[in-house]
Design a protein around this ligand. Structure first.
Ligand code: HEM
Length: 458
């Protein structure tokens, strides 16, 4: 679909050699859409293997995860959860879809209920005022907090608890700081940086794998609240004889995908709102209007708040920067060019998000009303914050609800404002880290953050 727009042919594919590998780079939305549709000669499987190896899985573990059909430990040839005897890596993708995609047999409501309940519980004044992870100082009648850590604490924990149950939080008292370290350096794993050049990253990775292994070693009765996905994948992994360490190293990628993006999205939402009171007020009015009794009304929040939803999309457009990748199994023709077997295709989203034929001359400007003024943009092939095709982020619905619930509860319950610098000047807008590769939402440069005052409204 191209929403009736005609794209120029100027954006021709080109090739680059990165880390010794040849990549064809696609920036024309038509070519990207064609590539997403091609399930025959283009594949993502190789990257799944590379990701598992880079995250610490052994070769034999990766082989077991990718074999079809798996030799089950109990002698069976199929399992009720995997009747087609797919590899565990592939059936895991099916499990994501059952857990996260809306539909008749979907488990997405269980997950979004759990996410929003956790956000609700964390954003009460009694909790916020006393949270050492992000409170910087008391400033009666409120508290001053680190915005990044407030978003991290609530949203990383919400997804962690919704997938692994509350007991996971007890395994490592420093879980959040370990995750931030991993999240910041994860790109170096994919670019095969030698271990000695990123020791902190490897220490964080090993610790997270160990936390996950410890979790899987606990009897099920001691880890209530796990998601259907987590239990189903564990059952299948045990049936092919993976150890808890092996399960931990393969699930680390999933733990990363659940947690690396939504807290940054929330951080950027508040960064824009706090720097522009004229933007904040109408959006607050819209959100608070959906909560006459203080209760969250997700349907209204997502369907009856055009300004708020346009803001969410504009931030996804400008502040996300990832790429979909595919491995070429057979020579493939795209845009009249032959892409040779054995090489790779990369589709960077940023070039799509900065396509002036779609977004106009002000493509680089932040326009919070952009998606409200043109409702077709959300479905444009030039809006790909969640990727597309077979790897299209299955968490996109849950992520929006999680971020929206966070903003709604925070806006309804608190007055949130920027603290002035010690010399009385205003805090600078945090710098976007666009130089390092990212896997969704971009983070901040260095330790950029915002110091904000949170006061109860009631
Ligand atoms: C702002 C929030 C988020 C952004 C921007 C985002 C973005 C992405 C992107 C770009 C991909 C790769 C797409 C591709 O390769 O074509 C992806 C994959 C994935 N995401 Fe998200 N994501 C977000 C939140 C979430 C959440 C909250 C969950 C789970 C609850 C989630 C679960 C996943 C999973 C499981 C995959 C791997 C899919 C596969 O390999 O088949 N994501 N995400």
């Amino acid at each position: 679909m191209n929403n009736g727009r005609k794209y120029s042919t100027a954006r021709q594919p080109f090739a680059l050699v990165l880390g010794g590998q040849k990549f064809y780079i696609l920036t024309n939305p038509k070519d990207v859409t064609e590539c997403y549709k091609n399930l025959k000669t283009l594949s993502f499987d190789l990257f799944v293997k590379e990701l598992m190896l880079n995250c610490g899985s052994s070769t034999s573990c990766v082989e077991k995860m990718c074999q079809e059909p798996p030799p089950y430990q109990d002698g069976a040839t199929t399992s009720p959860l995997n009747p087609a005897a797919k590899s565990i890596a592939r059936v895991g993708v099916d499990f994501h879809h059952i857990q996260l995609h809306p539909g008749p047999d979907s488990k997405v409501n269980d997950l979004t209920d759990s996410l929003t309940k956790y956000v609700d519980k964390c954003l009460t004044w009694d909790k916020v005022r006393a949270e050492p992870h992000y409170v910087l100082r008391d400033s009666s009648p409120g508290v001053e907090v680190s915005l990044m850590k407030l978003c991290g604490k609530v949203l990383i924990e919400a997804a962690t608890v919704s997938y692994f149950g509350e007991s996971f939080l007890e395994i490592d008292p420093d879980l959040l700081n370990v995750f931030y370290e991993f999240d910041e350096g994860m790109w170096q794993l994919l670019y095969n940086y030698p271990r000695f050049m990123c020791k902190d990253l490897h220490a964080a990775k090993d610790r997270l794998v160990n936390n996950l292994a410890t979790h899987f070693r606990l009897p099920r009765s001691q880890r209530s609240g796990e998601a259907w996905f987590t239990k189903s994948l564990e059952d299948e992994q045990r049936r092919i004889g993976l150890t808890e360490e092996e399960m931990g190293s393969t699930v680390l990628i999933i733990y990363f995908a659940l947690n690396a993006n939504t807290y940054k999205w929330a951080f950027w939402i508040f960064s824009y709102l706090l720097h522009d009171p004229q933007l904040m007020e109408p959006i607050r009015a819209e959100i608070v209007g959906t909560m006459p009794d203080g209760k969250l009304n997700m349907k209204s929040l997502l369907e009856e708040c055009p300004r708020f939803n346009s803001l969410l999309d504009e931030i996804l457009r400008l502040n996300s920067n990832s790429s979909s990748v595919r491995y070429i199994l057979e020579d493939t023709i795209i845009a009249g060019k032959t892409f040779r077997k054995g090489n790779r295709i990369m589709m960077p989203y940023r070039q799509l998000h900065e396509n002036e034929e779609v977004y106009g001359e002000d493509v680089l400007a932040f326009d919070p009303e952009r998606f409200m003024k043109d409702k077709t943009l959300r479905r444009s092939p030039c809006f790909r914050p969640f990727g597309g095709g077979s790897t299209w982020c299955p968490g996109r619905f849950a992520a929006r609800q999680e971020a929206a619930a966070f903003v709604a509860f925070a806006m309804y319950r608190f007055d949130i404002s920027l603290v002035k610098n010690p010399d009385g000047s205003a805090q600078a807008f945090p710098r976007l880290e666009s130089a390092k590769p990212s896997f969704g939402m971009m983070g901040v440069v260095g330790k950029d953050d915002l110091r904000v005052r949170v006061c109860p409204r009631f």
